[in-house]
Design a protein around this ligand. Sequence first.
Ligand SMILES: [Fe+2]
Ligand SMILES: [Fe+2]
Length: 235
Amino acid sequence: MSTRVIDLTGDDLGMAPHSYAFYELRELRHGEDATLRLAEEPAILMKSLEIQLRRGIHWEVTEAGPPVWTVSVKRRDDVAAADLIDLLTRDHLRIDKLFANALHLTNANKIEEALPYFREYAEALRRHVSLEDEILAPRLDLPRSPAGDDPTSIMVREHEQILEQTVMMEELIDEGLGDAGMLAPFFAMLSGQLAKHEYREEENLFPHWKRLIHNMEGEEDELFRIARERIGEVR
Ligand SMILES: [Fe+2]
Ligand SMILES: [Fe+2]
């Protein structure tokens, strides 16, 4: 395995260390790893790079300074999911990618090529939603409000809407009405819905789940195991 060394300790980088690291890490290939050398504590820099790189990297501090810190970085898809929330977040990305492929091919009027991606998206979505609705929500039981504006109720409601839209598209396709012109507006609508839903879950629900799991003896490993059985390893 090759290692890319990114040394941020010098002052001759030609740009801000943050930008330099970003451009280098963006080029990281499968199977390659990078070693970052820094003159300061790396957590803030790494977290912001993680966001900029759309959570595509996995990093750990391998040497804690001062004077020099080193961080080992790999592509996230080269490393197995670390825990339940990591697995769910990766599964969001997988579902997004399948959907985006179907959407782009439909927009390019290549409906025959788009359909396998759409079918795979629908399958992955159902597995993901059933895990969240049937297993995780009951076992990671958060307070619900009668108005239905708590994170769990919002999740369940949005799942229903997303599944409904997906079924509608499947029916159009099965009835032979699914030409590109017909499907494109559905794709556009669902694409926005999916993105918002996943964002809300990751921001408003997963932090609560994470906190709950940590306080439940043995539950974390058990739920992680069940989740991997349901949706598979997600790279
Ligand atoms: Fe969800
Ligand atoms: Fe989810």
